[in-house]
Design a protein around this ligand. Sequence first.
Ligand code: HEM
Ligand code: HEM
Length: 558
Amino acid sequence: MTTHAEPTAVGDHDDHQVGHSEAGVDQAHLGEKAADWVDGRLGIYGLAKANLRKIFPDHWSFMLGEICLYSFIIIILTGVYLTLFFTPSMGEVVYHGSYTPLNGIRMSEAYKSTLDISFDVRGGLLIRQIHHWAAIVFVAAMLVHMMRVFFTGAFRKPREINWLFGFLLLFLGMFDGFMGYSLPDDLLSGTGIRFMEGAILSMPIVGTYIAMFLYGGQFPGNDIIPRFYTIHVLLIPGIMLGLLVAHLILVFYHKHTQFAGPGRTEKNVIGMPLMPVYMAKAGGFFFLVFGVIAMVSAIASVNPIWAYGPYRPDQVSTDAQPDWYMGFSEGLIRIMPGWEIRAFGHTLVLGVFIPLMIFGLVMIVIAAYPFLEGWITGDKREHHILDRPRNAPMRTAFGVAWIAEYGILLVAGGNDLFATHFNLSINTITWACRILFFVGPVIAFTITKRWCIGLQRRDRDKVLHGRETGTIKRLPHGEFIEVHEQLSPEALHTITAHEQFQPMELPAEVDENGVKRKVSLLTKTRARLSQSYFGEAAQIPKPTPEEHAEITSGHGHH
Ligand code: HEM
Ligand code: HEM
C-alpha cells in the first residue's frame, strides 16, 4: 500500500536555527550529539523516519480505540498505587479505624485495608474510585469500539486476527474487572465469588475439581483472595499488555481503514501524519479522558464497600448487582427456570449450566464472526474501505439483534432493582424478559434490516433525483413541482462507492449429463446464507451510470 501526501503543510526544521546565540548553537550540538548517541545504540532514527510521518485517517469513531487505550493506562497507574496499600489476605482482624460504624467488627485484612485506603490513605478513596470508574469506562469503550469495527466491516481481511486480539482483550478485561471487584472481600464481592463458585460447580464431572483447586478447598476458604490478587494485578494485565501491543502493531502494520470518499481507494490512506498532528491530538485526548474519569470519580460514588459490610457466607445484601458488563450473565441466570436433573446419584443443575453454556457460545460467536462472514461471502480480497452499515443489512441487523439481547439480559440481571424502583412485580419482569429473550432479537433484526434497505432506497433516490430541497415552484401552466438539488460529485461518490456482491448460487440439482448432484448440507446452508446476505431482499441495486446520466441530462422528471 502506498501512502498519500498529507494535506497539512509542516514547517521546515531548519527554520529554527536562524538567529541562535552561541550557547543556543552549542545546545543544539549537544542535542544532536545525544540523539546520535541514542541512535548509535538503538537505531531508532530509521524507524522513526519511516513511521512518524505515517498517515492516519480521521473520523470521530476512530477515537473509541484510543479511549480503550487511555482508560487501560489509567487503570494501571491507579492500580499500582492501590497495591501499595492493599493487603490481599483473608486473615481475620478486628477493625478499629476512622470509620466508626464498623468499629469492633471482625473482618478480613483485605476488607480492612480497603477501608483504610478509603478513609486513611491520602488520596486513597479518589484513586480507588478512579480505578473502578476507569474499569467501567474501559469495558464500555471496548464494547463500543468493537461495535464500530463490527458495523463498518473493519474486521474483514486482513484484520481478522486483530479482531481476535481485540476480542481476547475484551474477554480478559471483563474477567479482570470481576476479579478486582472481588478483592475487597465485602458483602457484595463475596456474593460475586459465591456466584462464580455456583457456576463452576454446575459443570458436570470437572466442576467440583475446578472449584476445589481454585478455592483451595471448601468455599470460601482462605486462598481465593490472594490468588485472585496475583491473577488480577499480574497475570491478566500482563497478558493484556502483550495483546495490546500486538493489537496496536497490527493496526500500524495494516494501516487504518477509512470511509469511502473522493480520492480514497483500497490502496491509499488519506489523513493526517502521526507526527505532529495525530500525536498532539492523541496527547490532548488522553488528558481529556483522564480528566473526565477523574471528575466522575470525584463526584459519583462507586462501590462504597463500607456500606455493605464485610463478607459473611451466611449473608447477602439486597440489590446486589455486579458491574454493568457482568450484568448480562447475571440476567441469563435470573431468567432461567431452576431446572435440575438427578441421575445416577448426581445432580445436574441445568438452571445454571445452560446459562453458562449460552455465555460461552455468545463469546465464541463474537470471536468467530469475521471467519463466519468470510466463509459465507467467500471473499478473499483485502478491504481497507469501510462499509456503511446500511449497505450490509444482514450484518447490521445481526449486530442490532445482539445489542437488543444484551439490553434485555441487563434488565433481567437487575430485575430486583426494576421491581423496587418502578413498583412492579419481579415475576412479571422475569416473565417479560423470558419472552423477550426469544422475541426481542427477532423484532430488532427485522426492523433493522428493513430500515437499512429503506436507507439504501433513499440513497438510490438521492443519486437519481437529487436532494429534496423543500422549495415548491409553480410552473407557468400551473403545475407545482418540488425543486431537487443535484448532489455534489463528492457526495455522489460517497454513496455509490460500495460494491454489490453477487450471492452464491446453489449448484444445479443435476449435472450436464442429467445425473443428480449431491449437494452437502453445508454448501446448501452457505448458499442460503449468502442469498440472505446479498440476495434481492438485502440489496437495492445501485443506479448505473447510464441511469444517472439519463435522468440528470434533462429528460427526467423531478
Ligand atoms: C484494550 C482494548 C483495546 C484497545 C486499547 C484498542 C485500541 C485500538 C486502536 C487505538 C485502534 C485504532 C483506532 C481505532 O480504530 O479506534 C484499534 C483498531 C482496531 N481494533 Fe481495537 N482496541 C481494543 C479492543 C478491541 C476489541 C475488543 C476489538 C474487537 C473485538 C478490537 C478490534 C480492532 C480492529 C479490528 C481494529 C482495526 C480497525 C481499523 O483499522 O479500522 N479492538 N484498536
Ligand atoms: C484490565 C485491568 C483491570 C481492571 C478492569 C481492574 C478493575 C478493578 C476493580 C473494578 C476493582 C475494585 C475496586 C473497588 O474497590 O471498588 C479493582 C481492585 C483492585 N485493583 Fe484492579 N483492575 C485492573 C488492573 C489492575 C492492575 C494492573 C493493578 C495493579 C497493578 C490493579 C490493582 C488493584 C488492586 C490492588 C485492587 C484492590 C483495591 C481496591 O479494591 O480498592 N488492578 N480492580
